[in-house]
Design a protein. Structure first.
Length: 203
């Protein structure tokens, strides 16, 4: 159906005028839509996004999970190493994922976005690359959990099987002037799958 009334085929101006007006009314009132929307309803009435499916689950900041299929889903691994001055260097590895440059529109695209880095559940930075440095003030004395989690450009959390795509390294910070040590226990999760090579390790 054309959006232009004058282009309707096989219609004379005199006899076809009422029908043409009816078509225009339908288009203006929104009863007929020829375009496609950004979201539609699934079989059970669930809202399905063009990229994955938005879940009711959210992170602690209230950002919804964006569920994607396990095959080809983004993955992330994390390694945290002590540096001079009680700082810590964070190294990420990713698979099926690329970082978005600054200025990217706030729209979810498959396998693209940012990595958010958390220390003990507190957001400390957003990454558009594979490395960053954590100043000592973010990692006081004791054992801490450093987590890298992947987000889409619209702020939703990439997820697989209801779990966020993330990886966590456990680290132990010694008193100032002492050596920074890796915690004996480390863990990681990427939506139920193993992480890339640098996966949840700390030393």
């Amino acid at each position: 159906m054309s959006d232009r009334c004058s282009s309707l085929p096989g219609m004379s101006w005199t006899r076809g005028l009422p029908a043409a007006l009816a078509v225009c009314v339908l288009l203006l009132t929104g009863s007929v839509s020829c375009g496609s929307s950004d979201a539609h309803e699934g079989k059970n009435g669930d809202s399905i996004s063009p990229v994955g499916k938005l879940l009711d689950n959210t992170d602690k900041q209230g950002r919804h999970y964006r569920e994607v299929k396990k095959k080809g889903a983004p993955e992330v691994g994390i390694e945290v190493q002590p540096d001079s001055g009680n700082a810590w260097d964070v190294y990420l590895t990713v698979r099926n994922f690329r970082f978005s440059p600054r200025g990217t529109k706030s729209r979810a695209a498959a396998g693209r976005g940012l990595a958010y880095v958390f220390v003990d559940g507190r957001l400390v930075t957003r990454l558009r690359g594979l490395t960053c440095r954590l100043p000592a003030r973010f990692v006081p004395r004791g054992t801490h959990h450093v987590t890298a989690r992947l987000y889409a450009d619209d702020g939703t959390v990439w997820a697989v099987q209801g779990r966020p795509v993330e990886s966590t390294a456990d680290i132990t910070a010694a008193p100032r002037g002492g050596a920074a040590l890796g915690a004996p226990a480390t863990h990681s999760s990427t939506g139920g799958r193993g992480s890339p090579e640098r996966s949840g390790t700390a030393s």
